[in-house]
Design a protein around this ligand. Structure first.
Ligand code: NAP
Length: 320
């Protein structure tokens, strides 16, 4: 099969396109003939920093398509079923093998390009808001990195849960687009003062819950925008720079700090049910994930370069 792979970490240009062996189908696996691959924030981070184990690594977490093969232990899926699959690598390929618990059936007849964007972005957002963030209706949320995949999902899910939503994005156009999805107040993530603007929007009180997707130097401003005894969920570091937590600031503010890796729970049946509900919501148009641009899989390096340089609003998708 054809795949996009790399033999060393680095810039988007480490990605090569060529022939590799087809994946094997383990007893509890399914093999998916890929129709659409969503480029995830984590795909970029892995390509940049996660050492390549073995001769090469095929990039990518997530892709949607049609099941072509199932292992003997797989009872709930058959060849011909449409699914979106997740795995810790190897979605940037014509064929994608995943354990059955990472193959989420998609509603019949839906657009596989849209479905390919759902599990990680919307599932992470849902967990961050409710399992870890304990968001309640009427509370105020601050999202650092609201215009990426997880951020766009957070804005919509938080809004429909009854929250007031503040978020950072890097341009007035992105803030305007987020407002059509439920954002109440936008802060320019490059030039804005996250702390001052958030305090001004909350009568000096601060937000109940903050979710960090960016890390980097503005993290301390984000922390200072949380009300005393508020909550912070640390989800990502799209800036590539780990945030620094000041223990004294935690003591002074009594903010509860937590974080999680969604991939560690995606195999659980209850998480599969949650993802199934989110796939249905996207299929019904109740939640949306804009796809800014599509590239051929053979152009994976250019697609990663486009995401890194242009920080598009929503997702970029690869088509084999
Ligand atoms: N913990 C978990 O389980 C989990 C799950 C999913 C994702 N993540 C992580 O969460 C982060 C966001 O994921 P995502 O899929 O939403 O990523 P994404 O689609 O690439 O979006 C990230 C957003 O961060 C903003 N940003 C601000 N400063 C940036 C910088 N210096 N470089 C790049 N982007 C910057 C960008 O928006 P603006 O241009 O508008 O600023 C960008 O759109 C990533 O670090 C990802 O690895 C973690």
């Amino acid at each position: 099969m054809k795949a996009a792979f790399y033999t060393e970490t680095g810039a988007p240009e480490v990605l090569q396109y060529g022939d590799v062996e087809d994946p094997t189908c383990g007893p509890a696996d399914v093999v998916i003939k890929v129709s659409a691959i969503s480029i995830e924030g984590g795909d970029l981070l892995h390509r940049r920093i996660t050492p390549v184990d073995g001769a090469r690594r095929i990039g990518g977490y997530q892709a949607a398509g049609t099941v072509t093969m199932v292992g003997p232990e797989v009872k709930s899926l058959r060849p011909g079923d449409s699914v979106v699959g997740f795995n810790f690598s190897c979605s940037h390929a014509e064929l994608f093998a995943v354990p059955q618990h990472f193959a989420y059936p998609v509603p019949a007849g839906t657009d596989l390009k849209a479905m390919s964007t759902v599990p990680v972005a919307f599932g992470t957002a849902h967990q961050a808001l409710f399992e870890y963030g304990q968001l309640r209706s009427g509370e105020t949320l601050l999202i650092h990195g609201a215009s990426g995949g997880v951020g766009i999902a957070l804005v919509q899910i938080a809004k429909r849960a009854g929250a007031r939503v503040i978020g950072t994005a890097s341009s007035p156009e992105k803030i305007a687009a987020l407002k059509t999805l439920g954002l109440d107040i936008g802060i320019d993530g490059r030039t804005g003062d996250i702390r001052a603007e958030t305090l001004a929007a909350t009568r000096g009180y601060g937000v109940d819950l903050a979710i960090d997707l960016v890390g980097g130097p503005k993290f301390s401003d984000l922390f200072a925008a949380i009300r005393p005894r508020g909550r912070l969920v640390m989800v990502g570091m799209a800036s590539g720079v780990q945030p620094t937590l000041d223990p004294a600031a935690i003591r002074q503010s009594a903010v509860t700090v937590t974080g999680f890796i969604f991939g560690k729970v995606m195999h659980l049946p209850e998480i599969g049910q949650m993802i199934s509900g989110l796939l249905s919501d996207v299929a019904a148009g109740e939640l949306v994930m804009p796809v800014e641009k599509t590239f051929r899989l053979s152009e994976a390096a250019a697609a990663h370069r486009h995401v890194e340089d242009n920080r598009p609003f929503g997702k970029v998708v690869l088509i084999p």
